[in-house]
Design a protein around this ligand. Structure first.
Ligand SMILES: [Fe+2]
Ligand SMILES: [Fe+2]
Length: 218
């Protein structure tokens, strides 16, 4: 669809500005939320990864302000319901697993959901900036996008290095019959899921924990 043909260029500009306001609000919420996640981490590498990404997140706020400038607007935020929910869900899972061997795996899962939301948002914004031939905005958004992807990869590395395995080992200690009855284990995970938040997401977490732990060579 040609932007010009349906007056779409104006729509895309409006959409771009609205989504920019969404991520601006999301990043500001993260500046407040990440220190709590770092504090809850009991693994040094994970805590450091979150603290490093906090510094990048503070720069993301500034970079978005520059993107607003590039379209001749003053930076404004619009409440990001998605990030509000992701942070709330993260707080809840961290509270549930505090003091347990799975705490770091729980933090990683919450943090990766946040990064994936950011990756989707910046991917779209960057594409739109390119379509609108706004090179300054496109370059800034690509820089942020690269850092979000890097943060996500680092979290995966943290998980694979030790934290998932640590969580898995405790699971095995607590349920010796687990390997003989996978269905029963799944039912238990479902119960756990309903008590915290997103049913599907927590189940994915439990599956990831199991898969990457078993995949490692000892
Ligand atoms: Fe960010
Ligand atoms: Fe991020």
């Amino acid at each position: 669809m040609s932007p010009q043909r349906n007056g779409g260029e104006k729509t895309l500009k409006k959409l771009f500005e609205d989504e920019l306001a969404d991520v601006y609000d999301a990043e500001k919420r993260l500046v407040k939320a990440l220190p709590k996640m770092a504090k809850a981490a009991t693994d040094d590498a994970l805590r450091q990864a979150i603290q490093d990404h906090l510094k990048q997140t503070e720069q993301h706020v500034t970079k978005i302000e520059s993107v607003f400038e590039s379209i001749g607007k003053t930076a404004r935020g619009k409440k990001c319901d998605a990030m509000t929910g992701l942070i709330e869900e993260g707080d809840s899972i961290v509270a549930d697993f505090k003091g347990s061997p799975a705490i770091n795996a729980a933090i990683i899962s919450a943090a990766q959901k946040i990064e994936h939301y950011e990756i989707a948002s910046y991917g779209c914004l960057s594409e739109w900036a390119g379509l609108m031939k706004n090179k300054a905005a496109h370059d800034l958004l690509e820089e942020i996008l690269a850092e979000e992807k890097q943060a996500d990869e680092l979290l995966t590395e943290c998980a694979r290095n030790s934290m998932n395995e640590e969580a898995l080992e405790e699971d095995e200690d607590m349920d010796e019959d687990e390997e003989d009855d996978d269905d029963m284990a799944t039912d238990e995970e479902d119960e756990e899921v309903t008590s915290s938040s997103g049913r599907g997401s927590s189940r994915t977490r439990a599956t990831t924990v199991r898969a990457s732990g078993r995949g490692r060579q000892r």
